[in-house]
Design a protein around this ligand. Sequence first.
Ligand code: ZN
Ligand code: ZN
Length: 119
Amino acid sequence: MRRRAHLRLVTSFEAEDATLTAVLGAEDLAEELGLDPHARVTCGWHRCWLHQCVASPDHVIPVTGHRWCRPCGSPLEVFVDETTAQLFCPTCGTRTPDTAANRQVVRACRTSIAAARAQ
Ligand SMILES: [Zn+2]
Ligand SMILES: [Zn+2]
């Protein structure tokens, strides 16, 4: 019953980062079980909420098209506010190029912002 051991994290009293720690752990496990890593609201690499690190160059993934403008072949800049994230191509000026991968980035950031605020 690995799942039960894992659930103890959720009831941890370790103050401010308890929610983040719990969600990170849950998503680490879910990813092992087949969750698309790009659907995560926490970052398994930077160990924080996705919107806190999505602007990092590590989140530009040309192969999958995440934070990437294919026509320009350039990384998209990210603007995060209190409710959502916007992608912007500095080369062609397109806002959030409408691809499945970029929509997924925005959707995951929105969820991550909402989750972090719900603490
Ligand atoms: Zn990250
Ligand atoms: Zn572009």
